[in-house]
Design a protein around this ligand. Sequence first.
Ligand code: GAR
Length: 189
Amino acid sequence: MRNIAIFASGSGTNAENITRYFTNSENVKVALVLSNNRNVGVHERVNKLGVPSFVFSRDEFAAGTPILEKLAEYDVCFIVLAGFMNKISDVILRAFPGKIVNIHPALLPRYGGKGMYGMHVHEAVVKAGEKESGITIHYVNERYDEGGIIFQASCPVLPSDTPEEVANKVHALEYKHYPCVIERLLLTD
Ligand code: GAR
């Protein structure tokens, strides 16, 4: 069994979707969820599916070691970022080389980098009059949204689309592809 951890900062619809996908898997298990926020939806979403979630402080995250201890306790071999809004510290990166992936709600390298997250991305895409947007699943390195790209999928953006409508299309792509890409990475590793 390959145990994975999901890091999430907000509502956690991706975390829930990934957890559901692997519920009956014989190979992959979502062992725990870690978050920098206590009052966000991800806890209830995964707890009701039997997955424990933990909150870490800014200091614990910066130090890295308390996070690594928690990951070791659950025998975690792979980390999935799903709506996680903090930069992963060097301590964690060094402990999981090539074993941390993120999903970004746009077609990187466009609309990435610091400050480009969640609805900010969709607002920028609509404002620029883009004809398409999409998702990028990539490895995580020490710079925001710059790790090697693993997978991209696109969706049309219509002139009449609001940022919320683009977000819905992008979320649909995330739900469809992220669990399968994670599974492929784990099973071909
Ligand atoms: C997702 O769309 C994810 O791609 C995005 O935040 C949303 C989280 O939704 N991540 C980023 O913007 C990271 N830069 P969720 O909490 O419902 O899964």
